[in-house]
Design a binder for this molecule. Structure first.
Ligand SMILES: [Zn+2]
Length: 432
């Protein structure tokens, strides 16, 4: 999505009181992460919402209560969403995607890479900036972006962050940039990573440099690297307390052995993986990010129900910005496709709306190892909780038990009423 498409503009940004003492009351159906977490663990359904309110002061939650109360914003109150896999830089590509994944995104000849090679830095900065703004306005608080183009690609991402208006809530969003080293294969340069003194194909050295400035590595696939180099990259990432991840089993099955050997923090996709593969991944605490909208473009559906049953941490991602999806659209598609898959006996079981919502707010945080560093709404009901939540429209008929279904199946970006991150508040000015 982008901000102008949804009629949401930066004009909607307002700040809370200058002295930081303004009190804001938000009320309605409030998501309780503690209940949601227990439910997913034990396979139970419902009870994760309660009718209540929270009061914030100076950007911190100071009180949480049950029952009805008039609020400055009213609706269904969720922790900020997590978009656990994006490629924001390809948002400027508005051409129709070819029918196969190979023709659409594979380096070096896929549409995406042909376009990226010719894109100037200015266009990339602008499209990444728009992506960050757009996602923050739909209530995303944490994004993990796979950035092409080596260290220069990471620097372009940082420039986009620096270009955000200081008043915009996107500046409070945690945006993780996961870079990738060059391999020296033709067409893999994507904007250039030709650092002085580093051989173009010295992937480990390039990876080390990327790790100094990025939040981790997000490799396009493992097959283009030597196993020994992958192991070294993994070791450097771990030593520097950075994330290590890669796309895996997106279009066809891949040996789980490489996952077992490299122990990534997470893989992206795992569409063509078996229950046995998931069990191996569970043993090594490797999470998964699924991107059902992008997969659907190419006739694929991940079996997220099987992943949850295997005990994996599962997050949701919108994937390529050129596919144009939002987090609400991703939740809706995740749910519909899982039902479709279960009815056609191609998947283990259908997901529930509660499970889909869990993946979008909590699963992604676990996968990205940010469960503790990003405070959750009402997580402990303590005064230290920074206010970080999104309020979406609540139909008058909707009670506690229906809230997850309403969010997953009937909510879109236009239903986002209010987003708060600390002291920064964003209101949808187009509410009728
Ligand atoms: Zn991807």
């Amino acid at each position: 999505m982008n901000s102008s498409e949804d009629g949401i503009t930066e004009d909607g940004v307002t700040m809370s009181g200058r002295d930081g003492t303004r009190r804001v009351v938000v009320s309605g159906l409030i998501y309780d992460p503690r209940v949601a977490r227990e439910n997913v663990k034990e396979g139970k359904k419902g009870g994760e919402f309660f009718e209540g309110w929270l009061e914030t002061e100076g950007g911190v939650v100071v009180e949480v209560g049950e029952g009805k109360r008039k609020g400055d914003a009213e609706g269904i109150v969720l922790p900020l969403l997590v978009n656990a896999h994006t490629h924001l830089a390809d948002g400027f590509i508005v051409k129709e995607m070819p029918l196969t994944l190979f023709d659409a995104v594979a380096p070096p000849a896929g549409l995406k890479h042909r376009e990226l090679v010719y894109a100037g830095e200015k266009a990339l900065v602008e499209t990444i900036k728009k992506g960050l703004m757009g996602f923050s306005e739909e209530g995303v608080g944490l994004v993990a972006d796979y950035r092409e183009g080596g260290i220069r690609g990471v620097e372009i991402f940082k420039k986009a962050e620096d270009a955000l208006s200081p008043a915009h809530p996107a500046t409070n969003m945690e945006a993780l940039v996961l870079g990738r080293p060059e391999t020296g294969i033709p067409g893999s340069t994507l904007g250039g990573d030709r650092e002085e003194g580093v051989a173009e194909n010295d992937v480990v050295e390039n990876a080390k440099r990327i790790l100094r400035v990025a939040d981790g590595l997000g490799l396009p696939e493992t097959a283009i690297y030597e196993l020994e180099d992958l192991k070294k990259m993994r070791a450097h990432a771990r030593g520097m307390d950075r994330l290590f991840s890669f796309h895996w089993a997106e279009e066809q099955g891949e040996d789980v052995g490489v996952v077992e050997k490299l122990r990534p923090d997470f893989v992206v996709h795992a569409v063509h993986a078996s229950m046995d593969d998931f069990e191996v991944m569970q043993k090594i605490r490797c999470g998964v990010v699924v991107c059902p909208v992008m997969n659907a473009f190419f006739g694929e559906t991940p079996d997220a129900g099987a992943m949850l049953d295997a005990g994996l941490d599962v997050g949701l991602g919108t994937d390529n910005a050129m596919a144009g999806s939002s987090m609400f659209e991703t939740m809706r598609w995740t749910y519909i496709l899982s039902r479709h898959q279960a009815r056609n006996r191609r998947g283990k079981r259908a997901l529930s709306p509660s499970e889909v919502l869990y993946m979008a707010v909590l699963g992604g945080r676990k996968v990205l190892r940010r469960e503790k560093t990003f405070p959750l709404l009402a997580s402990e009901n303590t005064a230290e909780d920074a206010a970080s939540f999104v309020v979406v429209r609540r139909p008058s008929e909707c009670s506690e038990g229906d809230a997850a279904n309403v969010v997953v199946t009937r909510t879109s970006t236009k239903d986002v009423l209010y987003v708060q991150r600390g002291e920064k508040i964003w209101k949808n000015t187009n509410v009728y």
